[in-house]
Design a protein around this ligand. Structure first.
Ligand code: 13P
Ligand code: SF4
Length: 309
């Protein structure tokens, strides 16, 4: 009888043949996270891409993350399972809008969240992620006015944490986190009164005001693992369950559904599947191809961010 390879075995074989690394964001399906070489938040994955020295990076996340990996690895092949894995934050802000803003406000430092297109990154002074946004803004001299983009909720949170008044904030939002409703969190707290609340800073301020901890996806996981409670309410994408279950067995995690889908899954992140990953490793397509000049310009604010420890 012919031996039938499972899709996971096919992927692992192709990975060896291609000298590839599989990077997976916490919001990927569990079956993808299980075969990944590294799982992380957007900052950790950018650092993993920076350190890698094989031939192919298979990026299981959304396209802006793969673009960042390509900018940091211009000579390597970067593939994604699905080129339509976008992000509502990326869609909220174009490079032309940033150029127009700069023409009107040449004195402003442009701080862009990593959830932006590579073209917007190329127009920016420095990047940040949800993990380091407060630190990045604090690294800018206090007298310099800032444009923070594109996430309004992260921007407001950073403004409040830094006490920075000279900070303009773009009006973009995440379709998952911005639609978490405070009334549903109130209901979850009544149902689970012993559970502390961990929230991603892309959530609205009324949700964040009820949180015991606010941080990036990895920071939320670390906090739930380290905190001495038996159950938690988690206000982020439910893909973090994979690491939470592995790192904190025996603890319980409650997710609050958002208004769009009665779930808490990112429709972009969840476009990726094992089948698409296998095909991408096989054909080395879809592939990130970026003009050299764009890579050169976008690398500056990314490297600037990575240099802030
Ligand atoms: P993290 O940086 O926390 O991984 O967030 C990325 C993201 O897209 C959150 O929605
Ligand atoms: Fe973008 Fe929100 Fe999805 Fe993160 S969860 S990739 S911010 S749409």
């Amino acid at each position: 009888m012919p031996v039938v390879q499972s899709i996971t075995e096919e992927i692992l074989d192709l990975k060896r043949q291609r000298r590839a690394i599989i990077l997976a964001h916490h919001y990927q399906d569990s079956e993808i996270q299980e075969i990944a070489d590294a799982i992380g938040d957007s900052l950790e994955l950018a650092r993993a891409a920076q350190k890698f020295d094989g031939d192919v990076i298979a990026f299981c996340g959304v396209v802006f993350m793969a673009e960042t990996a390509k900018v940091l690895n211009p000579s390597r092949t970067v593939i994604v399972p699905d080129l339509d894995a976008g992000c509502s934050l990326v869609d909220s802000c174009s490079a032309a809008q940033i150029r127009a803003f700069r023409a009107r406000h040449p004195d402003h430092v442009v701080v862009s969240y990593i959830n932006t297109s590579v073209e917007v990154k190329a127009e920016s002074d420095i990047l940040c992620t949800s993990r380091n946004a407060v630190k990045i803004v604090n690294s800018i001299p206090p007298e310099k006015p800032i444009l923070f983009l594109p996430d309004i909720n992260l921007g407001n949170y950073v403004k409040q944490q830094t006490g920075r008044e000279n900070m303009r904030i773009w009006q973009g939002s995440c379709v998952v986190h911005a639609t978490f409703a405070a009334r549903k969190l109130v209901a979850a707290r009544l149902a689970h009164p012993a559970a502390p609340v961990a929230a991603h800073p892309e959530c609205p301020s009324d949700v964040l005001s009820m949180a015991d901890f606010i941080g990036s996806t990895s920071a939320i996981i670390e906090w739930c693992v380290a905190t001495d409670a038996k159950e938690f309410i988690v206000m982020t994408e439910s893909g973090v369950t994979h690491s939470l279950k592995r790192l904190a067995p025996g603890k319980q995690f409650h997710f609050v559904p958002n208004e769009n889908c009665n779930c808490s899954e990112c429709p972009y992140m969840r476009r990726n599947t094992l089948e698409k990953l296998r095909d991408a490793l096989d054909k080395l397509e879809p592939r990130m191809e970026l003009p050299e000049e764009l890579i050169r310009r976008a690398a500056v604010p990314i490297e600037c961010m990575l240099a802030v420890r």
